[in-house]
Ligand binder design. Structure first.
Ligand code: BG6
Length: 468
């Protein structure tokens, strides 16, 4: 029988990241993060904050001061879980201090209490594009082994502090974006490295060890917690059935899945040795590294999925926050930002991942960025978003019926936030509108869009209304 409803254990939610929502970038002792020196992480970044320059993350949507109002709206929609990140430099402003910043810790205590009060399960990413800037500038970023120790300390502090409040964790957001967005993901500047590919895989190794150590601590401190990996897994298809397109696309996909292979299977796959050889990479590992990675794999695979694209053999591989930017697929429509809408691709990816790993999947980001605002009647009619949501949820139901174990779904940006990639406010994902423009003007007032009530109905009916 066809599944027409989501299983009761499936969590419906929403997801944001601290740096795209909180603002208050230097309030209550917070230090600058790698994102605080950018106007969109895909573009150039400054070495330090330049006085007087506009940076979108500095105020963002002021979630830091308005989270109660925002969470009340999330609760009204019926969200069962809420994904956010802990801004690492709010807890350790430089990253290498001995003692954490109490005011930063208190903020997340209050935030998690507020979520729990409304019956929402917090889902927390430890590092979402917000490494303390000092660790980038003084230590050179994640290819420096010292960052493992700093991250482990940060993890231990937050696990101990929030052990009664947070049960779902993830270590590094979109860890595979070390390839395409290295500064945000790994806090290193490839153009300043002798061999950028070496730096990338060395940074990855350090993050694997750090992730395994965090998983170990998490299990010890919060035995009933679940730790996940998090990858960007929008999918590239071969542009044609030419074997060169097919095989190169396979290799490109494996370039991403490599990160899950290590974090889930607990060992380096054989194919990576050849890649390293071809790029003169020698990853430095210390005794015990491989053992810790082997002993502490993750419990589940969290991933983002926004779109698909196609790959032609021999074309330069570039990407942004949505994944690989390939050759457009003539069978698909695109958003104004050129992200191609492919709901069936999500079913494909869920099956691909479950076939490969047989562990639960959690879709922790999916959504559509549109430029929209109130019409003459003051209403925000976002039918495109409703359509995108419905089509993707329908394919998730199909994937569940295909046999995939699915933990839940957190819509990306249930409230408008700053775009990570471009720094724009006008690239809006929300069911809730925030009155602010790209230059930082606006009242910051919140307003429900048409999709607000729609998502509410989806959750209340557990997807039944998708078929009415
Ligand atoms: C993901 C990131 O890559 O894509 C988010 O984890 C980001 O932080 C999201 O916001 C959408 O990308 P963008 O550039 O449209 O904000």
């Amino acid at each position: 029988m066809e599944l027409k409803q989501f299983p009761k254990e499936f969590l419906f939610g929403g997801a944001i990241a601290a740096n795209q929502a909180e603002g208050a970038w230097n309030v209550d002792g917070k230090g600058p993060s790698t994102t605080d020196v950018s106007n969109g992480i895909v573009g150039p970044v400054d070495d330090n904050v330049i006085e007087g320059k506009f940076y979108p993350s500095h105020e963002a949507i002021d979630f830091y001061h308005r989270y109660k109002e925002d969470i009340a709206l999330m609760a009204e929609m019926g969200l069962q879980c809420f994904r956010t990140s802990i801004a690492w430099p709010r807890i350790f402003p430089n990253g290498d201090e001995e003692q954490p910043n109490e005011k930063g810790l208190q903020f997340y205590d209050d935030l998690f209490d507020e979520l729990l009060k409304h019956g929402m399960e917090p889902v927390v990413t430890l590092s979402h594009y917000e490494t303390p800037l000092h660790l980038a500038n003084t230590y050179g970023g994640w290819d420096n082994r010292e960052l493992i120790g700093f991250f482990t300390k940060f993890s231990e502090v937050v696990f101990k502090r929030y052990k009664n409040k947070v049960k779902y964790w993830m270590t590094f957001n979109e860890i595979n974006n070390l390839h395409t967005i290295p500064f945000a993901t790994g806090a290193f500047r490839p153009e300043r490295k002798e061999n950028p590919v070496q730096a990338l895989y060395q940074a990855a190794h350090h993050q694997f060890v750090a992730s395994a150590l965090a998983t170990k601590l998490c299990k010890e401190i919060i035995p009933d917690a679940k730790m996940g990996a998090m990858l960007s897994l929008s999918v590239p298809y071969p542009n044609t059935c030419h074997p060169d397109d097919v095989f190169e696309t396979y290799q490109l996909r494996r370039r991403s899945l490599f990160f899950a292979d290590v974090q889930i299977r607990g060992e380096y796959p054989r194919y990576i040795k050849r890649v390293w050889k071809e790029h003169n990479v020698e990853v430095h590992m210390e005794q015990g590294d491989e053992e810790i990675i082997r002993q502490y794999p993750v419990d589940y695979l969290g991933f983002s999925y926004y779109r698909s694209t196609t790959h032609k053999a021999g074309t330069k591989i570039i990407g942004n926050t949505g994944g690989i930017i390939g050759t457009p697929n003539p069978y698909l429509e695109s958003t104004p930002w050129g992200w191609q809408i492919d709901p069936k691709g999500l079913r494909y990816v869920c099956n691909e991942l479950y076939d490969r790993y047989q562990i639960p999947l959690f879709i922790v980001e999916n959504g559509i960025g549109m430029d929209e605002g109130p019409n003459d009647n003051g209403k925000i009619i976002d039918d495109e978003r409703i359509r995108y949501l419905d089509l993707h949820l329908t394919e998730i139901l199909e994937a569940i019926e295909d046999g995939v174990e699915m933990m839940g779904y957190t819509w990306w940006g249930p409230i408008d936030i700053v775009s990570a990639g471009t720094g724009e406010m006008k690239k809006r994902y929300g069911f809730i509108y925030v009155d602010k423009d790209n230059d930082g003007n606006g009242t910051l007032d919140r307003k429900k869009k048409k999709s607000f009530d729609h998502y509410k109905e989806v959750i209340a009916s557990r997807g039944k209304n998708l078929f009415e």
